[in-house]
Design a protein around this ligand. Structure first.
Ligand SMILES: O=C(O)[C@H](O)[C@@H](O)[C@H](O)[C@H](O)COP(=O)(O)O
Length: 265
């Protein structure tokens, strides 16, 4: 049975909650169900919905669960904008790319009217010479879709839900502990060199961009993540050292965990 769990220290951010599921498959199915509702709600509120996708095993399992969801058609997919929180800077066709792995969902959504003009993969190494150029291009795309009145220093569109996986070292997107990307204070997108998790070259949203999202959802499973979850969930550690502690939504932060990842809170 799944359960709300209040950690010893409360989770960080307005509307922050921890929800524990028995295993990763249940977590992915529950996240998919929540996504349908959240996207519907966003469309009811403002006519369209914007979702930022993540890579990683639970992130991709969630997309697979969404692809198989009987409620999928409840969302108007022609009015959903899709972005990515990070990407591996490799060839466009590489199976390492989060965007390629997401095709398991996107090919199903094509049949439900997905507007590919609203799908924004990050640049690949065939299209750009360096991850810096791909990052600058993505920042430009985000700025082009930013709402009137958006912060001119950080022009990004309204993000309804932003998904994040988390590594055992507490990294989120491609912001790694004690690594240059986690120290970036300006701009919405950054290039990453020497990522501790291969491949070494990546592109990532910055904390600044991530923290504009209305809802941030962490999707985390596995015993190896438990120590990092216990530290990050309270948000008390510096984000440069524990990146997952530095991400939160303006309206809600949801830690969706399996029992193993939640075992130390
Ligand atoms: O592209 C990536 O590598 C990710 O976006 C990364 O941040 C991932 O989400 C975590 O490493 C968790 O991955 P797992 O769920 O596979 O542990």
């Amino acid at each position: 049975m799944s359960a709300d769990r209040t950690p010893v220290s409360p989770p960080r951010g307005p509307g922050a909650r921890v929800v524990v599921h028995p295993d990763a498959a249940t977590l992915a199915a529950a996240a998919a169900a929540r996504l349908v509702v959240a996207l519907q709600d966003a469309q009811a509120e403002r006519g369209e919905a914007t979702l930022v996708l993540t890579g990683g095993s639970v992130g991709i399992e969630t997309l697979k669960a969404l692809a198989g969801s009987p409620a999928l058609a409840a969302v108007d997919w022609s009015r959903v904008n899709l972005w990515w929180g990070d990407e591996r800077f490799v060839e466009a066709s590489s199976g390492d790319r989060n965007a390629v792995q997401a095709e398991v969902l996107l090919s199903v959504l094509d049949r439900l009217g997905l507007d590919r003009g609203r799908v924004h993969p990050m640049g690949s190494s065939d299209a750009f010479a360096t991850p810096e150029e791909a990052a600058a291009d993505y920042a430009r795309q985000l700025a082009a879709e930013a709402a009137e009145g958006a912060d001119p220093a950080l022009p990004v569109p309204v993000i309804d839900v932003l998904l994040l996986g988390m590594g055992p070292d507490s990294h989120i997107a491609s912001l790694f502990p004690d690594h240059a990307g986690a120290r970036v204070r300006e701009g919405s997108v950054t290039a990453i060199h020497g990522s501790p998790k291969p491949p070494p070259l990546r592109v990532s949203l910055t904390f600044g961009a991530i923290n504009t999202a209305r809802q941030v959802w962490f999707l985390v499973a596995g015993q190896d993540k438990a120590p990092a979850v216990a530290v990050a969930v309270t948000g008390e550690a510096p984000r440069e050292r524990v990146p997952a502690a530095g991400a939160s939504g303006t309206r809600a932060t949801l830690w969706m965990l399996d029992a193993a990842a939640a075992s130390l809170i």
